[in-house]
Design a protein around this ligand. Structure first.
Ligand SMILES: Nc1ncnc2c1ncn2[C@@H]1O[C@H](COP(=O)(O)OP(=O)(O)OP(=O)(O)O)[C@@H](O)[C@H]1O
Length: 557
């Protein structure tokens, strides 16, 4: 081998060999799903084609911060097992620590060479060298590629170093791809389990998620009273699941084949609400061109859910009491008693007793409604539920948007420590927005912090907005009112994707600008970041005179 015909010819042969090794090793990257065979294949090529023997790849384990021989060629299982080095030990530890290659020309003369994995006796008698190269992910060492070679060989050290650097890069790729595959596989397995659990949960709990005592108690109470005719009052903060539980009550009752209708009493002006609830006769008021049955009639045989019952005016309270006592209604503009058979379930986030004390709520109606109160506690006091719900909402947002997003390190803990004033609805919105915002398939702690910062601004704006009137831009609202005459058995309180309306304020300009900057000017994504619909976002830009990148004008608010 040494006596080649001419230096030029030997150079050509070496270059061809190197090229073959690189080509064959590159093919092995395609087998990253099985890193053992791909990396061992590269180590075998190094030994057979380049004379770089006893190749080993040492990787660190998170548990003991030491390097272990994970893959090798030409080492016995015992030698492999012995090859464990702390980052402070030997040549290998130094390469890992400093991220720089090491070349030991003669291992017998290097005090730092430990002979730990491979005994000197098993190596050739001549002068043996050792080369160790860091395996880098970006600039960070994640492991070490090491080999022994005879010092006297026709190939130069520098030629070996060049090819070893290339092969270390290939090995880094294989490790990276494999860890991605592993991460995705784990995610898929978790998702699979989640789907099985959800299916099971769907069968037993009608899709109500949560292991906390509070949720389990509420479920038990709901299913217990479902079969009876008892009047149920659901209490709890906004977004705690009052409407959801009312549906479960209906689905567990003998009325489940009949309609379930919902109305949010706070979302509909009083004069419309009366006609929505009781219906009207033809000609009852301007525009009443035809007789229209109300929701109470339409829900006959089934269940009517009245959300925000505390907002019902005193006149309608009396009429509702009459329904509860006599199971009859009169349409607006009519004088005929129409018998109805409806189960009325109500909900409120207000303290009804206080409303009674202030004279705003009828005591007799309060007693009628409050026969069986069920309280849904806020999310912050449902221990363990944020985790379950967050995983569920992540899964469904991924499905809805066709993404494959994962939660990054520390994100779940941050979600668990947040106070969730908007409860489950807010958690769902935050996860949806985070999935839309996540750039590289992972929701980072920074993404979540940015969204939670926005959430606290939203709460502040909401307080301001609640003192104002309706949105001229007609934004999506959590509680949408029914258009008069829309009829049909629709649910009028389903949550929308955007945030509830709040008045445009001058100090919002910097938020809009920040969001636009973060999303590189993409208005749809900026809107999502702020929890707004694109329409709400555009409306604000217009109001603040910022549509062409202009600074906001003080008179435009
Ligand atoms: N335990 C739960 N598991 C899964 N999803 C839930 C749970 N509780 C509530 N949700 C979901 O959270 C959202 C808010 O619930 P819901 O509308 O029932 O709250 P609410 O208390 O009626 O709110 P509001 O008082 O503002 O009308 C809905 O999308 C609902 O499906």
């Amino acid at each position: 081998m040494e006596n080649l015909s001419s230096p030029l010819e030997s150079d050509v042969i070496k270059a061809e060999t190197d090229l073959t090794v690189v080509q064959e090793a590159a093919k092995l990257i395609g087998h990253s799903g099985s890193p053992e065979s791909a990396i061992t294949g590269i180590l075998r090529l190094m030994s057979q084609m380049l004379g770089l023997n006893r190749g080993r790849v040492l990787l660190s384990t998170p548990d003991d911060s030491a390097l272990h021989i994970q893959y090798s060629y030409g080492l016995t299982p015992e030698e492999r097992k012995r090859g464990v080095y702390s980052f402070e030990e030997g040549i290998t530890g130094r390469v890992m620590r400093q991220g720089q290659l090491a070349v030991v020309q003669n291992i017998d003369e290097e005090p730092g060479y430990l002979f730990r994995a491979v005994d000197r006796m098993t190596l050739p008698d001549g002068v043996v060298a050792y080369i160790a190269i860091p395996i880098l992910e970006g600039n960070t060492p994640v492991g070490v590629l090491a080999v022994n070679r005879l010092r006297m060989r026709p190939r130069s050290f520098s030629a070996d170093l060049v090819i070893l650097r290339i092969l270390a890069t290939f090995i880094a790729q294989i490790i990276k791809i494999n860890s991605l595959i592993e991460e995705r596989t784990n995610h898929l397995q978790a998702e699979n389990q989640e789907l099985k659990d959800a299916l099971q949960n769907q069968q037993t709990n009608h899709g109500i998620l949560g292991d906390s005592r509070a949720v389990q108690d509420a479920l038990l109470q709901v299913t217990r009273v479902a079969k009876t005719q008892v009047t149920v009052l659901l209490t709890g903060e906004s977004g705690t699941g009052k409407e959801r539980f009312s549906q479960i009550l209906h689905l567990n009752s003998a009325r489940k084949e009949q309609p379930f209708l919902a109305i949010n009493c706070a979302a509909i002006p009083d004069q419309l609400l009366e006609s929505e609830l009781f219906g009207h006769e033809r000609g009852a008021f301007t525009g009443a061109s035809a007789t229209k049955p109300g929701k109470i009639e339409l829900a006959s045989g089934g269940t009517l859910f009245l959300d925000e019952i505390g907002d019902l005016n005193l006149e309608l309270q009396s009429k509702l009491l009459r329904v509860l006592e006599g199971q009859v209604i009169q349409r607006v503009g009519g004088n005929k008693d129409i018998p109805v058979d409806v189960r009325i379930v109500t909900a409120t986030h207000k303290n009804l007793q206080d409303a009674v004390n202030r004279g705003e709520f009828r005591l007799d109606l309060f007693y009628r409604l409050n026969v069986f109160p069920i309280h849904l506690p806020p999310l912050r006091s449902r221990e363990g539920d944020v985790r379950i719900l967050a995983r569920h909402f992540l899964l469904s947002a991924n499905r809805e948007y066709g993404r494959y997003t994962l939660l990054g390190n520390g994100v779940m803990e941050r979600l668990e420590s947040y106070s969730w004033p908007g409860n489950i609805r807010q958690l769902e919105n935050v996860i949806k927005r985070a999935v839309l915002m996540a750039e590289d398939g992972t929701i980072s702690i920074m993404d979540i912090e940015a969204i939670l910062r926005q959430e606290s601004t939203i709460s502040r704006h909401l307080e301001a907005g609640q003192q104002s009137s309706a949105d001229p831009a007609g934004p999506t609202s959590f509680n949408s009112a029914i258009a008069p005459g829309s009829g049909g058995a629709q649910n009028t309180s389903s949550p929308g994707p955007g945030r509830p309306y709040s008045w445009v304020r001058a100090d919002e300009a910097s938020e809009l600008t920040d969001a636009l900057q973060q999303t590189g000017g993409n208005k749809t994504r900026a809107a999502a970041l702020l929890g707004m619909t694109p329409r709400q976002f555009r409306y604000r830009l217009e109001k603040l005179n910022m549509n062409n990148g202009a600074e906001p004008g003080p008179d435009n608010v």
